[in-house]
Design a protein around this ligand. Structure first.
Ligand SMILES: *Cc1c(COP(=O)(O)O)cnc(C)c1O
Length: 382
């Protein structure tokens, strides 16, 4: 985890190699990391408020705690609010899918005015929908000012921070209390392996320390974290070995090469889409993700994706951006080559031809079959 943290360029205080009390831990998933952040934030806030005013009631404090994230958050972030019994407000993101600092500050003020207590913020570095990056440098000072725990969910895109040229996207990371990304997504480690760092590990011990006589013998000195306090289960899987193996096989430079190559492949796909004026690439591609749609509208774009999915040659998932239906193309496999990108694009193009220009296909006697219905739609929309 130290190697990995250093590769990402995380601030020293997050690393186990620092004098403490920060450190890293491998969790099973980004979902767990988000939930742990929420639970720690809850207890930290309760402790702080009880210290200020011991006559307060713990139950009534907990009922007033509020968590915040953007409306672009992953489903697991919203779910952490459900699991941890905390209202999770999904604040409106800007036109680029980023949650801005002034929106966050306004939400804090609204809630404080109602006697509620801001407690936890999840910033998204690389949203699932469009891979947008929240400005951490805006969230950070606000969270610090209000004593709100700032967790960073960089599940997919965090891997790119091993390349220095992408680190500007995590500007403000020094304000965060916890950070998580999934080497099992984009860093060649087999599922499951989610890397989480926490700036103050003592907060975890204060929150989750439950003593039993049978746990007495595994009390460690404070230098070595007792990871049972850092996670949900008591026992731990040995997931470090596969991360260690991947880092050793590829080396830091090999992993950087992998990330850069995948982004290059995505940019190649982007170029192909842009070369066809029936399509729009929107929003701007980010990392390995290219979102695109047909200019003719949502209906026809949806038909295109449905038809592609039916053929089972290319698999893509839909999304929504600024109210428009988009198709999301992402490069994932370490085996993907330029030819695969060309193959994918040729399939997209072929299906688009079937939908947009049925007459050409009739001429060459290519069976149209189930596309008749979608053709009608496209003809109408023209
Ligand atoms: C994939 C993803 C998650 C969920 O990751 P799990 O490890 O499956 O819990 C959370 N947030 C973002 C931004 C993701 O892309």
């Amino acid at each position: 985890m130290n190697w990995l943290g250093k590769m990402l360029g995380l601030p020293e205080e997050f690393l186990n190699s620092s004098p403490g009390p920060g450190g890293g831990i491998i969790q099973g998933s980004a979902s767990e990391a988000t939930l742990i952040g929420l639970l720690v934030a809850k207890e930290r806030t309760v402790r702080r408020l009880l210290k200020q005013n011991p006559s307060l009631d713990e139950g009534s404090i907990k009922a007033k705690l509020i968590a915040y994230t953007s409306d672009q958050c992953n489903s697991s972030v919203e779910k952490s609010g459900l699991l941890g019994s905390m209202t999770m407000r999904l604040l409106k993101s800007d036109a680029d899918g980023r949650l801005r600092g002034d929106t966050l500050k306004k939400a804090f003020a609204e809630d404080l005015a109602q006697g509620l207590i801001p407690c936890y913020v999840v910033a998204n570095l690389g949203t699932t929908g469009t891979c947008a990056f929240d400005p951490l440098y805006e969230h950070g000072p606000i969270c610090n000012e209000y004593d709100v725990w700032l967790h960073v969910d960089a599940a997919y895109a965090g891997a790119a921070f091993i390349c220095p040229e992408y680190r500007h996207l995590m500007k403000g990371i020094e304000f965060a209390d916890s950070f998580d990304f999934n080497p099992h997504k984009w860093l060649l480690v087999n599922f499951e392996c989610s890397a989480m760092w926490i700036k103050d590990g003592l907060e975890l011990t204060k929150t989750f320390d439950v003593q039993r006589i049978y746990l007495d013998d595994i009390k460690t000195d404070t230098k070595v974290p007792d990871y049972r306090h850092w996670q949900i289960p008591l026992g731990r899987r040995f997931r470090a070995l596969k991360l260690w193996t991947v880092i050793n096989i590829y080396g830091a430079e090999g992993l950087r090469k992998h990330i850069r190559n995948q982004i290059d492949l995505a940019q190649h796909f982007e170029k192909l889409v842009r070369s066809d004026d029936r399509f729009v690439v929107d929003p701007e591609p980010s990392m390995g993700l290219v979102c695109f749609r047909l200019k003719d509208g949502d209906k026809i774009t949806k038909s295109l994706l449905e038809n592609l999915t039916k053929k089972k040659k290319v698999f893509m998932v839909a999304g929504a951006f600024r109210g428009r239906y988009i198709i999301r193309f992402v490069v994932c496999s370490r085996l993907t080559k330029r030819e695969d990108i060309d193959f994918s694009w040729n399939n997209v193009k072929y299906e688009a031809d079937l939908i947009c220009k049925p007459e050409i296909h009739n001429k060459f006697k290519i069976p149209v079959l189930e596309h008749i219905e979608t053709i009608t739609i496209s003809e109408k929309s023209k």
